[in-house]
Ligand binder design. Sequence first.
Ligand SMILES: NC(=O)c1ccc[n+]([C@@H]2O[C@H](COP(=O)([O-])OP(=O)(O)OC[C@H]3O[C@@H](n4cnc5c(N)ncnc54)[C@H](O)[C@@H]3O)[C@@H](O)[C@H]2O)c1
Length: 287
Amino acid sequence: MATHTETVGVIGAGTMGAGIALVCARNGHQVKLLDTNQAVLDKALAYLQATLSRDVEKGKITEEKKTETLALVDRISDMELLADCDIVIEAVPERLDLKKNIFSGLARICRSDALLLSNTSSISITEIAGGLPHPERILGFHFFNPAPVMPLVEVIRGTKSSEENVQRAYRFAEELGKVPVLVTDSPGFIVNRIARPYYNEALRILGDNLADVEKIDRIMKKAGGFKMGPFELQDMIGIDINFATTQSVYTDFFHEGRFKPSRIQQRMVQAGSLGRKTGEGFYDYDK
Ligand SMILES: NC(=O)c1ccc[n+]([C@@H]2O[C@H](COP(=O)([O-])OP(=O)(O)OC[C@H]3O[C@@H](n4cnc5c(N)ncnc54)[C@H](O)[C@@H]3O)[C@@H](O)[C@H]2O)c1
C-alpha cells in the first residue's frame, strides 16, 4: 500500500487501462478512468468487480475492502476532469497521432508538475513529448499484460524527461508493488525489442506452412518452457496492438528486415479478428 495517495488519471479503459486502474486502486490511489467508449467503461467496471469479488472469495481482502477499492475508481468520459490529477497514465491504442493528441490535451489541462506517463509498447517517448510544454514531465511507464499480475514496469526516459521525474515514476512503480527498470528511449525499449522476433518468426513458420498455430504454441510451451505460445500471447495482447507495435519498431529501426511486420497479422487486423477482445483471433473464444 502506498505511503501517500495520488490522484491518478488512466486514459483508455481497455485491456491495459482497466488493469492499471485496478493496480492503482488496490494500492489506495484515487483513480479517474477515462474512455471515449461507454461500453468499454462498463466492461472495465465489471472486470474490477469480478476481480475484487474473487479476492474476497479467496480471503485475500474483506467485503469492506472491496467496496472501498471500487469506490476509489471514477469512470469518466471528459478529459477536462483530469485537471487535478497528480499522475496520468495514458493507455490508448498504439498510434502516435492519437497519443500526441492526448498529450497535447494533457499539457493544456494538467498542472505543470503533474507526471504524464505513457503505457506505449514501442512509440518514442521523445516524439510523444516533442514540441509540448514541460516535456520534462513526460515519460514512458510500460506495464505488461495482465497489469495486475506482471511485476515488470519499464520506466522510459525520453530525451527531455527530467531526472527528478524519472525518480518519481520509479518510486511510484515501486509503491504499486512493481519491479521498475529504467530504460532509455529506443524503439520497442527492451522487452518489446526482444519479443518481436518471437512473434515474427512464429508468424513466418506459420506462413511457410511448417507447422500450425497449435503445434507452434505447444512446442514453445512444452519443450521451450514458455508460459504461453506466441499465438496465445498475440490473442491475449490484441493482434491490432501487437501489429502496431511491430510496425512502430520496424519504422523506427529504419525498416531493418528482421523487424518486418507480418501480412498474416495485417489481414487479421483488417478483418477485425483481434484476439480475445473480439472473441476470435488465432483461437476462438466465447464472446
Ligand atoms: N495489450 C497489451 O498486451 C499491452 C501491453 C503493454 C502495453 N500496451 C500498450 O497499452 C496501450 C493500450 O493498449 P490496450 O491493449 O489496452 O488497447 P485497447 O484497444 O484494449 O484499449 C484502448 C482503449 O483506448 C480507448 N480510447 C481510444 N481513444 C481514446 C481517447 N481519445 N480518449 C480516451 N480513450 C480512448 C479505446 O476506446 C479503448 O477502450 C497501447 O499503447 C499498447 O501498446 C498493451
